[in-house]
Design a binder for this molecule. Structure first.
Ligand code: AMP
Length: 281
């Protein structure tokens, strides 16, 4: 039985009841429009916890000006169905006014780790992410929270925040789920027309290409980067936002490849911004 709650006080009541019964709570924060990537987090949570909560909230604070907050795909009915089938115990889907009521003035900023990659490309993005997560963690009091490695910088930032703020939960990172042809699943893939869908493959292909370049013995990051630039510039309809190789612990760009690092790419396919990555570890 999947409960769907929109109000913070109602969600808290459920959580208090479960806590009083000493039940563990797994939490999967999402912006909805669920796909198999999200569901892999849900399945893991269901395996590891007594109760699983999914939040569905398109968080305005993590979108910058000119970004796709208004267009972001929303399909609540389908999400509820998928959650029911996956055995989710509670869907928490608050509205904007209850998360950010008039007078809301507190934001959470993780410094350093957010200077590079998506933090650099999307100013204020992680501030929005961290702020909403702290609020959701406080409301839902999860034992464990599940995040995809597809958003590798987000995972790294959230781990740091949870540690720095002495928050009482475990952050669990889950592997990226891909379509058969290699495209990383993303709610934003719904924006893609059929030609764009084909062009979008260049992200995962560029990363496969990088793996081969690394396997051939190349360790110089500038050399790898220029190979990637060459690879992407041949793809019509695709504009590279960044390709970076960073230290996986601090998200700082490295000059020479060394484990563990993260190879991360972001590119616009038409108007749609997609990201992908792999860890070299
Ligand atoms: P979103 O709804 O895009 O905010 O994503 C919610 C959570 O699902 C985040 O922790 C994402 O990293 C994770 N996620 C999104 N896409 C995938 C994927 N293809 N594989 C695994 N996790 C994913």
């Amino acid at each position: 039985m999947t409960e769907v709650l929109r109000r913070i006080d109602c969600a808290k009541e459920y959580i208090y009841k479960w806590k009083s019964e000493d039940l563990s709570i797994g939490f999967v924060p999402t912006m909805g429009c669920l796909h198999a990537g999200h569901l892999s987090l849900v399945e893991r949570s269901a395996r590891e916890n007594d109760k699983t909560v999914v939040s569905i909230f398109v968080n305005p604070a993590q979108f910058g000006e000119g970004e796709d907050f208004n267009e972001y795909p929303r399909d609540f009915e389908a999400d509820v169905k998928l959650c029911r089938e996956a055995g989710v115990d509670l869907i928490f889907a608050p509205d904007e006014a209850s998360i950010y009521p008039d007078g809301h003035s507190t934001y959470v900023d993780v410094s350093g780790l957010t200077d590079n990659l998506c933090g650099r490309a999307r100013k204020g993005h992680f501030r929005g992410v961290c702020t909403v997560l702290v609020k959701l963690f406080n409301i839902l009091k999860p034992t464990r929270a599940y995040f995809g490695k597809k958003d590798a910088q987000q995972l790294c930032v959230v781990r740091r925040m949870v540690e720095d703020l002495n928050m009482d939960l475990d952050v669990v990172g889950c592997e990226t789920v891909r379509e058969k042809d290699g495209l990383a699943m993303s709610s934003r893939n719904r924006y893609l027309g059929s030609k764009e869908r084909e062009a979008a493959l260049c992200l995962s292909r560029a990363l496969n290409f990088v793996e081969k370049v690394i396997a051939s013995g190349e360790r110089n990051v500038n050399a790898i980067k220029s190979e990637v630039l060459g690879f992407i510039s041949n793809q019509s309809g695709v504009r590279l936002d960044y390709f970076e190789i960073v230290d996986a612990c601090n998200m700082r760009s490295v000059k020479v490849l060394k484990k563990p690092c993260l190879c991360a790419i972001a590119a616009y396919v038409g108007k749609t911004r997609l990201i992908d990555n792999f860890y070299y570890e």
